[in-house]
Design a protein around this ligand. Structure first.
Ligand SMILES: *[C@@H]1O[C@H](CO)[C@@H](O)[C@H](O)[C@H]1NC(C)=O
Ligand SMILES: *[C@@H]1O[C@H](CO)[C@@H](O)[C@H](O)[C@H]1NC(C)=O
Ligand SMILES: *[C@@H]1O[C@H](CO)[C@@H](O)[C@H](O)[C@H]1NC(C)=O
Ligand SMILES: *[C@@H]1O[C@H](CO)[C@@H](O)[C@H](O)[C@H]1NC(C)=O
Ligand SMILES: *[C@@H]1O[C@H](CO)[C@@H](O)[C@H](O)[C@H]1NC(C)=O
Ligand SMILES: *[C@@H]1O[C@H](CO)[C@@H](O)[C@H](O)[C@H]1NC(C)=O
Length: 797
């Protein structure tokens, strides 16, 4: 049977955005001319792509050839995809199997109902049946259309934990090679306009002199970008709008995939035409990048394309395969093009000298200068710090322990140095290690017990697996070797949170019985397990057995709160999700800390700070397969073959015996078997009698600001602008404060900050008054380094 040798992160510990293999980052697309075929005999798009591929491979393998990547005209790639015949039998089997795995998706009934004005109703299972019907009725012209429909269906859920990436959607990465865009306001309050990134001024002190983009392909530019962003897996429209522009925080880490303006598996036309306010037009050829792993040698038409790339893992090249270029859009996140000269060893490019910098640069701390000397800043673009220190059993544990110590010291030093205020910049943060979110909260509020209660969807396969783990625990150790399989591990076995007696109920009490833990309870017409909370004193289900959170075990005597709630402010841009959403919920509901949201659609309205998945656990489909495998194998060992055979007839067997989804995700060397995942845990709010998962609750930030050139190009300016809005003379975007869901309003029935000058400005009809643009008094620091880094990007693309 298959075996999952290396799971990147243990199930209990991971909650973060998953990046598809070959996702393009800014700076990945090199500037060389788009090839074309000199002579076209008969028009066979895949043959033409293959020919273009071969010519480039030949050229690139010449000694001394410049690093480059294989690219073809977007239209040709798209036509090739459309010529791939539908594999009706295989696709129907795939959909059937996928439905079995998706039983683990914890939000199905809420997605189905939607939230008025916020989340469109989406019945995932019914839609898969509709796709299957379409296949039976032969309404799909190509296999690409089928697989694209499946991938887009799941992405439409706006939950980046929910994902399934069919092979055929991964062969070409569509991109617009130049013409990266930004959305910039003159003063942070006036509605922003769209500009070319390359039209940004050379320093953060400058204003954009260039002409704004009013139309894209002849249509309203804002609306086109909103439409393109619909395919990005966020549940909030302002967040989705932010994804089409480079994210400065992620750009500094080298992991930004925005700025290319659309989900790269979706074809967005042969060209892009911008119309500027001054009337000028500029047209760019869209391209498709072919990652070097894909070998087109045998491809001459749609059918041979299918044979090469859609029939299982054996079809793709080994990454070290000879004769293919080595420079490719890479899945690793830390590399940046070498032309970006900023010495990263000094810190994040464009950021000031840090007080501390975690070794993977995911967490860093700063002190502000000038008239903001009483303020410390934490920049956390991801909750996934890793460490290469060999002291630790793995890089995740090492990263946790390293970061915990750095944060403890940073807060202690800050208090000692008389810092009174803290700005936490979570821009770009798509989550990470679950414990990291709880840890930061505990360091800030050591006397508060974090809530973080959650539920699984209760269904047949999960029930048998949960019951099996309970049986194994009763069996005790495996001295006689009867169980055989890995049964005592911290990922899925009896040391994990999948054993009911390892976790606690919503009141932090032990469950009385398995039934008390598992339920199921009927909520919103579906079945769920009881609310569950972590027992942070036993370390189970977290990063590791070898580290404790602040406030527990060896750290239980830490009781000093470094900052008061009202002296903390959080910056978010909607990317926040997963572990970041867990942290944001704790800070908002239990810490009573306010948030400023950045960017979004050009409108005078509130904005949510958390637009990513608010679920509190992502389980890869590999893990779901493993659950099924263990259930059947261990049941056989404990209870005999008859029981195992019976389980094989249930939903467990459906998951265990799946074949086609393994074939059709043809995972490139990512260490996984199936490129897919579900959101497995619904995060719930304390005292919420409606039992609505957080993702389906609208939560406005307390204030909103748009980017200016100054705050876009220099994070220090961003921090100062937010400081001014919260504690100083700054204002928020008109109409953005005072929403009834903002924590400041819920707590104090007032608007953002404590000043009357910041109350929502409305006219006699209660309509927000357009800002006249009184800029925040930001003192602009030197940004030469920042801009040098950004400019290097511009030259690259
Ligand atoms: C119009 O604006 C664009 C973008 O700033 C610029 O590239 C172009 O040169 C301008 N055209 C004219 C005629 O000034
Ligand atoms: C473009 O669309 C946006 C959003 O619908 C709208 O607010 C704006 O007025 C439109 N611009 C023009 C020039 O029509
Ligand atoms: C939590 O775990 C610790 C350590 O294993 C244990 O001593 C404690 O009893 C547990 N808490 C509850 C309420 O069961
Ligand atoms: C409510 O007001 C008090 C007193 O001004 C302040 O200390 C507290 O932080 C405020 N809470 C929120 C959530 O704004
Ligand atoms: C389990 O079920 C699958 C498919 O239904 C079947 O092919 C397989 O032989 C069964 N295995 C056992 C051990 O019953
Ligand atoms: C939830 O209810 C309990 C008991 O009434 C209360 O102590 C707690 O503060 C409430 N929590 C929130 C977030 O409202």
């Amino acid at each position: 049977m298959r075996s999952v040798t290396q799971l990147a992160l243990v199930a209990g510990a991971a909650a973060q955005v998953f990046e598809a293999p070959f996702a393009l980052h800014r700076g990945d697309i090199l500037d060389h001319p788009l090839p074309s075929v000199s002579k076209r005999n008969t028009f066979e798009p895949c043959a033409e792509v293959s020919q273009l591929w071969a010519a480039q491979v030949a050229q690139l393998s010449r000694p001394g050839a410049a690093p480059a990547q294989i690219r073809v005209p977007a239209k040709r790639a798209y036509e090739c995809l459309l010529s791939v015949p539908v594999d009706s039998a295989g696709d129907l089997k795939e959909i059937d199997e996928l439905k079995a795995y998706l039983q683990y998706q914890s939000t199905l009934p809420w997605l189905k109902a939607g939230v008025k004005g916020q989340i469109e109703p989406l019945d995932i299972i019914a839609n898969l049946d509709i796709i299957a019907d379409g296949i039976k009725k032969k309404s799909y012209k190509s296999d690409y259309d089928v697989q694209l429909s499946i991938r887009q269906l799941l992405d439409k859920a706006g939950d980046f934990h929910l994902q399934y990436i069919p092979d055929i959607t991964n062969v070409f990465q569509f991109a617009r090679p130049t013409g990266v865009l930004v959305s910039i306001s003159t003063d942070g309050l006036a509605l922003p306009k769209i500009y070319l990134f390359s039209d940004l001024p050379k320093t953060a002190t400058g204003n954009i002199a260039a002409s704004a983009i009013t139309k894209i392909n002849g249509q309203n530019a804002t609306e086109v970008l909103q439409k393109l962003s619909e395919g990005t897996k966020y549940h909030d429209a302002d967040t989705r709008y932010n994804t089409v522009f480079p994210n400065p925080a992620l750009d500094a880490l080298g992991t930004d995939s925005g700025g290319l303006s659309y989900a790269h598996y979706v074809y967005a036309g042969p060209t892009t035409t911008f119309t500027f306010e001054n009337g000028t037009e500029k047209t760019i050829d869209n391209i498709a990048v072919i990652p070097s792993i894909f070998d087109f040698k045998q491809v001459s038409d749609g059918a041979s394309f299918f044979k090469a790339f859609c029939s299982g893992p054996q079809a793709v090249l080994k990454p070290s395969g000879s004769g293919t270029p080595s420079a490719t859009p890479k899945a690793t996140s830390t590399q940046r093009p070498s032309a970006v000269a900023t010495p990263t060893s000094l810190g994040l490019p464009g950021y000031p000298t840090p007080q501390f910098l975690q070794s993977s640069k995911k967490v860093s701390g700063y002190y502000l200068g000038d008239s903001y000397k009483d303020t410390a800043v934490l920049a956390i673009p991801a909750f996934s710090p890793s460490s290469i220190d060999s002291k630790y059993p793995d890089s995740t544990t090492g990263g946790f322990i390293e970061t915990q110590a750095l944060l403890q010291k940073f807060f202690a030093d800050a208090v000692k140095a008389g810092k009174k205020k803290l700005v936490i910049d979570l821009r770009g943060n798509g989550g990470g290690t679950i414990d990291m979110g709880f840890e930061l909260f505990k360091q800030l509020f050591p006397t508060i017990e974090p809530y973080g209660a959650a539920r699984y969807r209760a269904h047949e396969a999960f029930h048998y697996y949960s019951a099996l783990v309970a049986d194994v625990a009763l069996e005790g150790d495996d001295k006689d070797g009867k169980i055989g399989m890995d049964w005592d591990d911290a990922d899925y076995g009896i040391q994990s949170t999948f054993l009911w007696s390892n976790i606690l109920d919503k009141n932090l009490q032990k469950y009385k019985s398995y039934k008390d833990y598992y339920g199921p309870q009927t909520i919103n017409g579906d079945s769920f397990t009881s609310l569950r909370r972590y027992n942070f004193s036993n370390n189970l289900g977290g990063h590791t057995l070898s580290a404790s959170l602040t406030g527990y075990n060896q750290f239980k005597n830490i009781k000093t709160q470094p900052f008061q709630s009202d002296d903390i402010v959080i910056i978010q841009d909607g990317f926040c999700g997963s572990t970041c959403a867990i942290f944001a919920e704790l800070m908002r509901v239990q810490g009573k800390v306010q948030t400023v949201a950045i960017g979004g659609r050009p409108q005078n309205a509130p904005m949510q700070g958390v637009g990513g998945s608010k679920g509190s656990q992502r389980l890869g489909m590999d893990a779901l397969y493993q659950f099924a495998e263990r259930t059947i194998k261990i049941a056989e060992a404990l209870d005999g073959i008859a029981v195992a055979n019976k389980l094989n007839q249930t939903a467990v067997g459906k998951i265990y015996n799946a074949e086609q989804i393994f074939v059709r995700t043809t995972p490139p060397p990512t260490g996984s078997l199936i490129l897919g995942a579900v959101n497995s845990l619904n995060n719930q709010r304390m005292n919420d009698t409606t039992d609505t998962p957080l993702e389906f609750q609208y939560e406005a930030a307390d204030c909103r600001l748009f980017y200016t050139t100054a705050t876009y190009l220099d994070p220090v300016n961003m921090w100062k602008a937010v400081w001014e809005a919260k504690w100083g003379k700054g204002k928020c975007v008109p109409g953005s404060t005072g929403d009834k869901t903002a924590i400041g309003v819920l707590e104090n029935k007032s608007t953002f900050g404590s000043k009357s000058g910041n109350a929502q400005q409305t006219n006699a009809d209660g309509q927000p008054i357009e800002s006249t643009g009184a800029a925040s008094p930001i003192s602009v620091s030197s940004v030469v380094a920042t801009f040098a880094a950004m400019a290097a990007f511009v030259m690259m693309i």
